[in-house]
Design a protein around this ligand. Structure first.
Ligand code: DAH
Length: 329
């Protein structure tokens, strides 16, 4: 009898240890320690046990029962722990997710980057200059005397004395030439300021990109080639350019450049930039020998190009920064 009880304990503990579910555990409980379980079955045969062994057998039977019940409790706790839901908010992983709102570069910035890339391929290095500028660089060194008619439309916001917000990126031409010797090829993107009231085509603040190439035999033909190639990159391979005589104090001769491109369903000529051969007076201001060096320069408005490329008819849209407008690009 005692042997049978030992064997029963070993068998029961192994079965309980192997039970994977609460149902399996309940079945084991019924089989061993239930009302008609195996332990009880053995106890009912106590009469067969010799009288001198009954006490010890009864004690062992109780021990076996307690051991089995203990094992059942331990196993139940383990199974329940394994089945318990993970703490924290429940996530339905089958639900469609929330798409993160991705922004992108502003169309003016994109146009600037496109221009920088085009001119980089043509050998132009990109440099920058200060937005708060000295009158000397904004006017004098560029051969714009204070009584010149162009002075008025360029007289922007004076910070004090002879310091003002630059009205164009051209002063950076002078700053670059003061620092370096030819040959050089640079483009200068940046923000500029004008004493203009905002309307569909004007803004008191906008962006320009300036170009400058100086060397020993740089000619107007080089200027035409560079700008024609650049405009084809920008507006498509069939784009034609037209150079009209113009005037800028810092170039001689000077030209205004139009491009002919498909716009809003029809081909038309659009004025796009100012350009010319660097004026000898500008070379003298930076200590270059105008007999030895020649150069060309150009400048264009970045907003204007972005407007042409995207069919935007009001420059203010590009500066108000309403996301509902900007996200269309
Ligand atoms: N600085 C001129 C402007 O703001 C644009 C310009 C014209 C730049 C001719 C140039 C140039 O470099 O050669 O209107």
């Amino acid at each position: 009898m005692q042997e049978a009880l030992q064997q029963l304990r070993a068998e029961a503990l192994a079965r309980i240890e192997g039970a994977a579910t609460l149902d399996a555990l309940d079945a084991a409980r019924a089989a061993y320690v239930g009302r008609s379980g195996a332990v009880k079955g053995l106890m009912q045969r106590m009469a067969e046990v010799p009288a001198d062994q009954r006490k010890a057998t009864g004690q062992l039977a109780n021990e076996v029962k307690t051991a089995i019940e203990g094992a059942l409790a331990v196993r139940r706790a383990a199974i329940e722990r394994a089945q318990a839901p993970v703490a924290g908010p429940r996530v339905d992983i089958t639900e469609p997710g929330t798409r993160p709102r991705l922004g992108h570069e502003h169309p003016v910035r994109r146009t600037e980057m496109e221009l920088r890339e085009i001119f980089a391929r043509l050998g132009f290095e990109c440099v920058e200059g200060p937005e708060v500028e000295l009158e000397y660089y904004n006017f004098d060194a560029l051969n714009i005397p204070s009584d010149h008619p162009a002075h008025d439309s360029f007289a922007t916001f004076y910070v004090g004395g002879d310091v003002l917000l630059r009205s164009h990126t051209s002063p950076v031409q002078v700053r670059v030439m003061e620092q370096r010797r030819p040959p050089l090829r640079v483009v200068v993107p940046g923000r500029v300021y004008r004493p203009d009231t905002a309307d569909a085509t004007h803004s008191p603040v906008f962006h320009q990109i300036e170009g400058l190439a100086v060397g020993e035999d740089v000619t107007f033909a080089d200027l035409k080639a560079v700008l024609t190639l650049a405009m084809r990159e920008l507006f498509g391979p069939k784009t034609e350019t037209r150079f009209r005589p113009s005037f800028f104090p810092f170039t001689e001769p000077s030209a205004e450049v139009d491009v002919c491109c498909e716009l809003w369903g029809e081909r038309r000529w659009l004025e796009i930039l100012g350009a010319g051969m660097v004026h000898p007076k500008v070379f003298e201001a930076v200590g270059y020998d105008p007999e030895r060096y020649t150069g060309f320069a150009f400048g264009m408005g970045i907003e204007r190009i972005a407007m042409l490329k995207h069919g935007i008819r009001d420059i203010r849209l590009l500066l108000e920064n309403d996301v509902r407008f900007l996200e269309q690009f």
